[in-house]
Design a protein around this ligand. Structure first.
Ligand code: FES
Length: 120
């Protein structure tokens, strides 16, 4: 049996670029829409740690694996940091940066004529 998917309009590319993120409600779920480069991502606005509105957190980079006494910063503007306790998630994959069993729930985003649609 084929699974039906529906597209929901969540805003425009221009709005997303101006605000840095869009928080939208789709089918009763709050989602955060983000742009990383020319790609778009939608993540459930619910932190798997304690239920915080994770998509309201800071978008930043993070420290990369490096040798002792070295400090390497990378993935700039690809990391979402939860506002409550600082857990960090990769905006491209939803994956928690340390615990590979923890991930944000994500949905596809389609851009068409400057409008953004989440596919649920
Ligand atoms: S609720 Fe997100 S890190 Fe604790």
């Amino acid at each position: 049996m084929a699974k039906l998917e529906t597209r929901y309009e969540v805003g425009s590319v221009e709005e997303l670029r101006q605000k840095g993120r869009i928080i939208a409600t789709v089918k009763g779920m709050e989602l955060g829409i983000f742009a990383v480069g020319d790609d778009y991502y939608a993540w459930r606005n619910l932190c798997p740690h304690g239920g915080a509105p994770v998509c309201e957190g800071v978008v930043c980079g993070t420290r990369l694996p490096s040798l002792v006494y070295e400090y390497k910063y990378g993935k700039d503007r690809e990391i979402l940091r939860c506002p409550w306790h600082g857990w960090e998630f990769d905006l491209l994959t939803g994956q928690h940066l340390v615990n590979d069993k923890v991930k944000l729930r994500g949905y596809g985003v389609v851009e068409e004529d400057g409008q953004l649609y989440v596919v649920v």
